[in-house]
Design a binder for this molecule. Sequence first.
Ligand SMILES: CC(C)(COP(=O)(O)OP(=O)(O)OC[C@H]1O[C@@H](n2cnc3c(N)ncnc32)[C@H](O)[C@@H]1OP(=O)(O)O)[C@@H](O)C(=O)NCCC(=O)NCCS
Length: 383
Amino acid sequence: MSATLTDKYPNYSPGLEGVIAGISTISEIDSDRSSLQYRGYDVHDLAESGSFEETAYLLIFGKLPNQAELDGFKKTLSSEREVPEAVYTALKALPKDAHPMDAIRTGFSVLAPFDPDYEAVATDDAANLRKAVRIIAKAGTMVANGHRIRQGLEPIKPNPAHNTAENFLHLMTGQEPNAKTVEVMDASLTLYAEHGFNASTFACRVTVATLSDLYSGIVTGIGTLRGPLHGGANEEAMKMLLDIDQPANAQAWIDDALEGKKKIMGFGHREYKKRDSRAIYLTKVAKELGIEKGDTRFGDIADILEHTMESRKNIFPNVDFPAAYAYYLLGIPIDLYTPIFVIARVSGWSAHAIEQLRNNRLIRPKAIYEGAANLEFPPLADR
Ligand SMILES: CC(C)(COP(=O)(O)OP(=O)(O)OC[C@H]1O[C@@H](n2cnc3c(N)ncnc32)[C@H](O)[C@@H]1OP(=O)(O)O)[C@@H](O)C(=O)NCCC(=O)NCCS
């Protein structure tokens, strides 16, 4: 905050930086240790040894599933993957160049009244848990089939044997995904699933705190995630990497960008002033993928940008940076990167909405008024 604003308004923090806006048991960011834990479990362990399904269960139900619980959860997800035809009809009505974030936001709006618990009151906890599972099951189907629709292709039916990562990749490409592709997608979904009181999660909590419904909270979250300062950064980071193109161009590019005081997309974070723990693991996975695919140029460009950003600005890559080139190497179109974030983050948003509603209070901060006051109302003819 600038010195003048601090002096003038000691209780005001622009961007709500450092403001405590709630109590939560869902995740903890430890900036000094570069650590992120979901309900006490390190995301490294979840991404490396667990699965997105175990993570989603943990976030929603508050504990890791045992084998029987995981089997049951996966079965329910499989049975809930399909979406009503009305969703596809709405997606087909969108302009072909509509951003897939607009499509998924529309998809959830159309889906809401079809939920079997549509009539449940906002605070019905059991109904919200059932809705959350349906939302997690259907998000990937809507993103992938939405992508088919804009290409003029018909939606494909989900294969009940597929997990969330496989379902998305299968529907998007029409082909059975290979094991490495699924592993990378699954790890990225786990790492994107939850991240405390970030902008979209906070927006989702604000919406449900009015006793609106869970779907409205999800739609709010999607709208908030869309911007380049939040989820949209992975798309912008990839455009930047493609612009740089070759490792030989990277040093001059970053020197120029810093000289021109440009923001480097995929770098920096409000909460991490050291490394983003999610980026550490995903960088490893993305680089391994590059080696497997015989294309290490983005990993090499990344090394140069990271080194320069650290030594000159003490700013580190966030999760969106390695996610960008991992998705590119998986052959995913760039404008699907943020929608993939949605497939993962619906689990975190749902967990937060449920937590908010279990102990709800309307969220209603104040603003400092700096406008005019006590003006005399002039007749229309005198203005
Ligand atoms: C994420 C982000 C919005 C956090 O912002 P914030 O906490 O509000 O911090 P600020 O934007 O005020 O940045 C603080 C300082 O670091 C610099 N900085 C932060 N991120 C930077 C970046 N990616 N590239 C270059 N400089 C950056 C700012 O220019 C500013 O410098 P200054 O004090 O000399 O003006 C910001 O780092 C950013 O815009 N990053 C790029 C977008 C991105 O990757 N978003 C995804 C987040 S997961």
